[in-house]
Ligand binder design. Structure first.
Ligand SMILES: C[S@@+](CC[C@H](N)C(=O)[O-])C[C@H]1O[C@@H](n2cnc3c(N)ncnc32)[C@H](O)[C@@H]1O
Length: 337
């Protein structure tokens, strides 16, 4: 399967990158995909499994640990041109409080630490990611503070909600992307890359020979039918079953990949000898649906043997679609470099 066709970026000086909230290193993998001449000067991550996975793939990059503890003014903290981060975000703009109070500006939150680090280091570019719900409802005021704060410290911003299924990967995964540029962005700068056709449907992203232990027993399948009030699972090609909404997805896409403990995604395969086939996603399938190349020719991400299905699956559920990140970064820097 050929993943993504990108512009060859013109020769440009090396981009130094700091990967905040690194997870498995979605930005690092995306930068490689984008063909950007770069050097990751450090990352920040607190989850021991994420750190282990990141370092298993990028052994030479230093973890600066908890972002709240980083002394951004220290001579030991390196300079960089691009800060990236998909940050956990709680609402922090409280209506009715006096303007300028700390909790109205996001101070004391993880976004506040992004601002603190970027204010000290002035990277030319900032790329942030969050759930699309940050833009609406009770999070809207928080989102406005985020944009205001980035403007206050000198960044022109653009944002866009991008869906993995519009960039080649058969997964419905909508995420909000915020790009900050120190100075003024060109007026015609567009954050949203042009849509691309799917590389394949869900069935094309599944293992050719799934492991036997992924399959549910007939008794477990019968129990699902009983609780969900549905008929025999009889399909012509593998499709996604949404446990939460009790529905087969007929659009041939995967629902949003979530950590395995949420326990919401199943695959229904065509019956064999009149027997239903119903199973969990394998680890490779989780990561393929997050944009990684994992086939006979290439294993783009390596899994530490110390980590099991749940621990690695959790990273996929929280990670960045590296195919989309590659396309996005290429699209951004094609316009700027
Ligand atoms: C949405 S995930 C980021 C996913 C990442 N971009 C990737 O591609 O895998 C957010 C990450 O922030 C990390 N995190 C939470 N609090 C943090 C802190 N105080 N400092 C650094 N990282 C933190 C979490 O452990 C989690 O891995």
């Amino acid at each position: 399967m050929k993943l993504s066709i990108m512009h060859n970026l013109p020769q440009h000086p090396q981009l130094n990158v700091f990967e905040g909230f690194a997870g498995y290193g979605g930005a690092s993998f995306g930068l490689i995909r984008a063909g950007i001449n770069h050097n990751v000067v450090g990352f920040s991550e607190v989850d021991a499994d994420a750190v282990e996975l990141y370092r298993y793939n990028f052994p030479n990059v230093h973890n600066f640990g908890d972002i709240t503890q980083i002394d951004a003014e220290s001579p030991d903290f390196p300079d960089f041109d691009l800060f990236t981060g998909g940050f956990p975000c709680q609402p922090f703009s409280t209506v009715g409080k006096r303007q300028g109070q700390d909790d109205e500006r996001g101070r004391g939150t993880l976004f506040g630490d992004i601002v603190r680090v970027c204010e000290a280091k002035h990277p030319s570019y900032v790329l942030l990611e969050n759930v699309k719900g940050l833009k609406t409802g009770k999070m809207k005021a928080t989102f406005e503070v985020i944009l205001d704060e980035l403007h206050r410290i000198g960044y022109d911003t653009r944002y866009a909600v991008l869906n993995s299924k519009d960039y080649g990967i058969p997964q419905t995964r909508e995420r909000l992307w915020i790009f900050g540029f120190l100075g003024q962005l060109p007026e015609d700068f567009e954050l949203e890359p042009p849509h691309q056709p799917l590389y394949g449907y869900l069935a094309d992203f599944l293992d050719r020979h799934p492991a036997a232990d992924l399959y549910k027993t007939q008794a477990q399948i019968d129990r699902i039918h009983e609780i969900h009030h549905n008929d025999t699972f009889d399909v012509d090609e593998p499709l996604c079953y949404d446990i939460y909404n009790r529905k087969i997805r007929t659009d041939r896409l995967s629902m949003t990949i979530t950590p395995p403990e949420h326990n919401v995604i199943r695959i229904i395969e065509p019956m064999i000898d009149g027997k239903e086939r119903f199973r969990k996603l394998s680890l490779d399938e989780h990561f393929r649906l997050m944009g990684f190349r994992l086939d006979d020719e290439e294993r783009e991400i390596l899994f530490p043997p110390t980590q099991n299905y749940t621990r690695l699956g959790r990273r996929a559920g929280n990670g960045w679609d590296v195919n989309l990140v590659g396309i996005l970064l290429n699209h951004i820097f094609w316009q700027l470099l």
